[in-house]
Design a protein around this ligand. Sequence first.
Ligand SMILES: Nc1ncnc2c1ncn2[C@@H]1O[C@H](COP(=O)(O)OP(=O)(O)O)[C@@H](O)[C@H]1O
Ligand SMILES: [Mg+2]
Length: 368
Amino acid sequence: MKTLGILGGGQLGRLIAEAAKGLGWRTAALDAAPDAPALKVVDVPVVGSVDDPAAARRLAEASDLVTLEWELIPAPVLEEVARLKPLYPAPSVLATIQDRLTQKDFLKKNGFPQTDYGTAASAKDVPYYPVVVKRRRHGYDGKGQARLASAAEAERNAEIFRAPCVWEKLVPFEREISVILARGRGGETAVYPVAENLHRGGILHATRAPAAIPEETARRAVELARAIAAALGHVGVLAVELFLLADGSLLVNEIAPRVHNSGHYTLGACATSQFEQHVRAVAGMPLGPTTLRGEAVMVNLLGELWANGEPDWSALKAVPGLALHLYGKTSARPGRKMGHYVVVGPSAAGEWGRADERLGALKRAARI
Ligand SMILES: Nc1ncnc2c1ncn2[C@@H]1O[C@H](COP(=O)(O)OP(=O)(O)O)[C@@H](O)[C@H]1O
Ligand SMILES: [Mg+2]
């Protein structure tokens, strides 16, 4: 039996590991926290930082093939792993994506549409308002970014500029959508139905698939995502986040070279989950069908729901077609992704509009 090693032990690593087991792989994962979600389910848990080349070497030595759940892994670590074992996606793909500036420059060079942007070392570099300023590195779930409406607001938020930033023109989008696809070693792709996403405070709140957009818009989104994956030479699952404007045009927001929160619905709703598909792609196995079994809605469960201990799930579990996924995280901070639920099939119809009601009921039952 061969071993698939995963750099990173969060929920994405855990779901990749579970899918890999279903395809006949042994699994290993690296994380600094011994109780990280993935470390509880893999055959070979490796405790150490994904920022530490020596720790990554231990993972590589325990593996036949290595992948990752997280794109913000330092280049020297990736190079060390790639020197020892096959690593997908390749370090060069991550180098392009890790820095928001090189990612945007890549999109520009290849003619992919995006909002206006530039570098910003301080507020002086911001040419107009409103903008979103984002740290070039290490941002996720809306962290490391600030929405600035005016120069005065930029002054008040000066701490954002403690690390190099990019500024972006604020996009008055009508909807946010994402395309999840897998690209195999031979360049073959499998694309999932376009998903629609609702963010709150920079964090994904809910996803529905298919997105409520015209078929022609979905086709353009898919073509963009395919072209981006090919231009990157990516292998594995890739997510492209897009803004849909009122005039029907699409702008790329950002690219994630990995399984993605907005693709969680595929586990349960599609013939092949994004996690299984990722393993298939990186392992050189044939990609699976992405057919949707029915309409799907996914809602994230964040740490604030745990304010008075683990919530009582009985009301959620009573919903037909609802599957609850908990990541087994031992501490719950507000905003931390602790789990999600997916509703598939006829009962998903009203769920997009019912998420707040369901979360509100959980909070009331827990007296939050
Ligand atoms: N230029 C922008 N215009 C309007 N909204 C934006 C812009 N950039 C980001 N956002 C909002 O913030 C969310 C998080 O930003 P994103 O760049 O995707 O960072 P993260 O890596 O945290 O997901 C987006 O999904 C979107 O809702
Ligand atoms: Mg994003």
